[in-house]
Design a protein around this ligand. Structure first.
Ligand code: SAH
Length: 351
């Protein structure tokens, strides 16, 4: 039989698995919290030696290993390059806020969405992360920092909704009261707009926050920088957002990365305000709209330049004047290249 990944199992699966190894029912309740604190079975002093031996054959346990760690001298942001069991690497970032630590985790090794400004997609998608590897990033970061992590954002390498089942299983694992126990309201998932999966997520009825990477106000501009838009255009995407809000009542935030000369004019801002207001604000159910403006992080390979400060300010002012809250994303970890995908690429190229 294939060895089973211990960190990917939910309590029921762990119970069944340990039962097949001849263990009593209470064993899973003993192991689950310790696994989620980052202990290997060998480190668990309350397990019988025979079980530890059995687990070496029947189970696999692997926590992401810190390959590189960069700490920002400016704001204490920590960026990890984690090595997975098969040698592939992903990035996670811990940001320190007054309200607690937030970890940004990756969902895939690479990405196949092809957004033109993004470093993570340049080499395509290598593979999906398992639930245990998604969880492992949170556990390993928490263990390394020696501090509790209270918020999670799925905004690292990969498209979380392109790895739907594993991400959903992860969300339930990390929310488990016997494990890390992070509330759904403290979790955000960012998507480039995989509409059929946004619809599915709506039906799961989990009160997580959805972040939508919009980046353009119309199909022509959006399709030129985000290939997913050719499958589901701006109308379909915003309709899915509206339905998501209608069902969950959860605010959706929109990410808008400003690229000089591509999507950052005042006319673009007007168009954006118009399309958001017309899709998301019906007569009876005003949905709070929040746009995060992010001057594009310049990636060598893409050739895109970020908008200058004045353009960012003008863009924000137009949105505000149309009743849309806009914030300019504070840059954390500017000195450690904290935006995703770049460290992994440097590692692959041997830099
Ligand atoms: N695939 C998901 C999550 C990962 S990307 C998504 O698309 O939302 C996280 C955010 O970073 C997205 O909003 C993405 O569009 C943005 N992003 C990617 N490359 C960037 C860059 N070079 N500069 C600024 N933002 C970038």
């Amino acid at each position: 039989m294939e060895p089973k990944d211990l960190l990917s199992m939910n309590p029921a699966e762990l119970t069944d698995f340990l039962t097949t190894l001849g263990e009593p029912k209470y064993r899973a309740a003993q192991m689950f919290p310790l696994l989620h604190r980052g202990l290997s079975p060998d480190e668990m002093t309350n397990l019988p030696a025979a079980l530890k031996n059995g687990l070496r054959e029947a189970g696999v346990w692997h926590l992401p290993v810190v390959r590189r760690k960069l700490v920002s001298a400016i704001d204490g942001t920590v960026k990890y390059l984690f090595a997975l069991a098969d040698g592939n690497c992903v990035e996670s970032v811990v940001m320190r806020y007054d309200h607690g630590n937030t970890v940004c985790i990756s969902s895939q090794v690479g990405c196949r969405m092809g957004c033109k400004f993004c470093a993570s997609t340049i080499g395509g998608r290598i593979r999906d992360l398992t639930p245990g590897e998604l969880l492992g990033q949170v556990i390993a970061a928490q263990k390394d920092m020696g501090e509790r992590i209270s918020n999670i954002v799925l905004m690292g390498i990969g498209e979380p909704l392109d790895n739907y089942d594993n991400v959903l299983k992860f969300l339930r694992l990390v929310n488990d009261p016997a494990g890390i126990n992070i509330g759904y309201r403290h979790i955000s998932l960012s998507t480039c707009g995989v509409v059929d999966k946004i619809d599915r997520l709506r039906e799961e009825n989990l009160p997580i926050t959805l972040s939508v990477s919009l980046h353009a106000p119309d199909d022509e501009t959006r399709s030129a920088i985000m290939p997913i838009n050719r499958r589901w255009g701006v109308d379909k995407l915003l309709s899915a957002c509206r339905a998501y809000f209608g069902a969950t009542g959860r605010r959706i935030s929109f990410e808008y990365t400003l690229i000089a000369g591509k999507n950052d004019s005042e006319a673009d801002a007007e168009k954006l305000a118009r399309v958001l207001n017309s899709h998301l604000r019906g007569k009876h159910d005003a949905m709070p709209i929040h746009v995060n403006l992010i001057p594009v992080n310049e990636v060598k390979e893409t050739g895109f330049r970020h908008s200058d400060r004045a353009a960012v300010r003008r863009f924000a002012a137009v949105l505000e004047s149309r009743g849309i809250r806009a914030t300019v994303r504070r840059t954390l970890g500017a000195d450690i290249n904290a935006s995703c995908g770049q460290l992994r690429r440097a590692e692959e190229k041997g830099e």
